[in-house]
Design a binder for this molecule. Structure first.
Ligand code: HEC
Length: 440
């Protein structure tokens, strides 16, 4: 893998080669033959009707007006959004462009963005209408729209939705879709099994609910992680992330009689709007041998001093039992600058699995391992976040503030979410319990 800056330089050289070729012969990149295949592969997941990007890159007429902006965006590595340092790891959802692809796009724009011959067009990429997963076997939707006001802060809303599942379900793919994406900062979907008491008797099914900030004993209440290990995370939605599709033979469990709990953070954007999200679930064809778990390595106790440009916060998690890592999802707010995951193996050597640098709050992405990484029993995860609370951070809402953990974006978070796969019959509690030695 190449450092980003070298790739840009090489792209310019390659574009020059394209241009040179065009003076001595007819070789010039054309839309249908050279450009559309790149748009299909790297852009259309977002740049098509009904998805998050503001214009489609599916036809010549819809793409042509954007030619100059496309050149600028790909040369600056602004598009497609992807922030993994290429020195570490290899990710199946890596949508970054190769230097040849960047050069092709640049040369196409420089040549006046010609259409070429429509006969050269690749077959259209097939998407499931309205979804980025296969057609769901079940769709669970909010029963009423939540009215998001035009301005101000909105407390996290918790919406409990019964699944009505009478048997255990194994979920192969899950996609959460808000209806008003512009006001949704994130949605965490939890599975609340029948034995969990979380929000029970407090939140009515379907009715948006804001839990009290304090427990009856006066201690601070946190519903961030559903309060206890009984509630598992099913999926997380943020703008620009790809839906969860677990590898064959690995699935997430929804026990019979469970409810889903949507935890939604709305951020107002000047216009009052209603949002009514839904989640689509594709079930595994047969019960899997392995189950996927989403786990958070978090640090809730930090204090970022005012003006500090590169403040470091660490979180650790120990794995007494072996697992394989499937994906990562680092989460910070507006002062987030970079985030990394390091595995420290039982033999003492360590490996950087992912470094997100720069971190961009507006693109909360998940990074899916191309090949699951094995963590032997006794491996320790060390997550590190860096925050920029200085005036030089253009996103910083208040460089004079001492910043602590909090739900609102003017406050901060430090969570390294990640998915692991473990044996299907192992509980979360079992996964964190040290196995008894055979001799004992
Ligand atoms: C993960 C979703 C996603 C992917 C993949 C993606 N885009 Fe975008 N794109 C967006 C969104 C959202 C915006 C508008 C917000 C922004 O500019 O950040 C955007 C904006 C743009 C713009 C306007 C930029 C500007 O400065 O106004 C261009 C040009 C663009 N994209 C080109 C591309 C091209 C070319 C690709 C593929 C090589 C691509 N995008 C892939 C989501 C995406």
């Amino acid at each position: 893998m190449r450092p980003i800056r070298l790739a840009a330089a090489a792209a310019t050289a390659w574009a020059a080669a394209w241009a040179g070729a065009s003076t001595s012969g007819p070789v010039q990149p054309a839309f249908y033959k050279d450009v559309l295949p790149i748009f299909q592969e790297n852009c259309q997941e977002c740049h098509r009707t009904g998805e998050i990007a503001p214009f489609p890159l599916t036809t010549y007429s819809s793409s042509r007006p954007w030619a100059k902006a496309i050149k600028a965006a790909v040369l600056a590595h602004k598009m497609p959004p992807w922030f993994a340092d290429p020195h570490y790891g290899s990710f199946s959802n890596d949508r970054s462009l190769s230097k040849e692809q960047i050069a092709t796009l640049v040369a196409w724009v420089d040549a006046g963005a010609p259409a070429g011959d429509e006969k050269d067009a690749p077959a259209p990429r097939r998407f499931t209408e309205g979804w980025n997963i296969a057609r769901p076997d079940a769709v669970i939707a909010m029963t009423q729209p939540f009215r998001v006001p035009a301005t101000g802060e909105v407390d996290y809303q918790y919406i409990v939705l019964p699944t009505g599942f009478t048997g255990d379900k194994w979920v192969q793919a899950a996609e959460m879709r808000p209806s008003a994406r512009g006001v949704v900062h994130h949605i965490v979907v939890f599975v609340r099994p029948p034995e969990s008491t979380w929000l029970r008797g407090e939140a009515q099914p379907g009715v948006p609910y804001v839990p009290p900030r304090k427990n009856p004993d006066g201690s601070l209440r946190s519903d961030i992680n559903g309060n206890n290990l009984a509630n598992e995370m099913l999926t997380i939605y943020t703008p620009g992330m790809v839906p969860d599709i677990w590898p064959a033979g690995v699935a997430k469990k929804i026990p019979a009689g469970s409810d889903l709990v949507f935890q939604i953070h709305y951020t107002t954007n000047g216009k009052a709007v209603g949002d009514q999200g839904k989640i689509g679930l594709v079930f595994a064809k047969e019960p899997p041998a392995r189950r996927a778990l989403t786990l958070p390595a978090a640090n809730l106790g930090f204090r970022i001093p005012p003006g500090e440009a590169n403040y470091r916060v660490d979180a650790k998690m120990m794995f007494p039992n072996g697992a394989e890592v499937l994906s990562f999802f680092p989460h910070m707010h507006l002062r987030g600058r970079a985030f990394q995951y390091v595995a420290v193996y039982p033999d003492g050597h360590s490996e950087t699995l992912l470094k997100v640098d720069p971190y961009d709050f507006h693109w909360q992405l998940s990074y899916k391992e191309r090949h699951p990484v094995e963590l032997p029993p006794g491996t320790r995860f060390e997550c590190t976040a860096w925050f920029d609370n200085s005036v030089n951070n253009p996103n910083n809402p208040d460089p004079a503030a001492e910043v602590r953990w909090g739900e609102q974006t003017r406050e901060e978070m430090m969570v390294g979410f990640f998915d692991v796969e473990i044996p299907a019959d192992m509980t979360v509690r079992g996964f964190f319990t040290r196995p008894k030695k055979a001799a004992e």
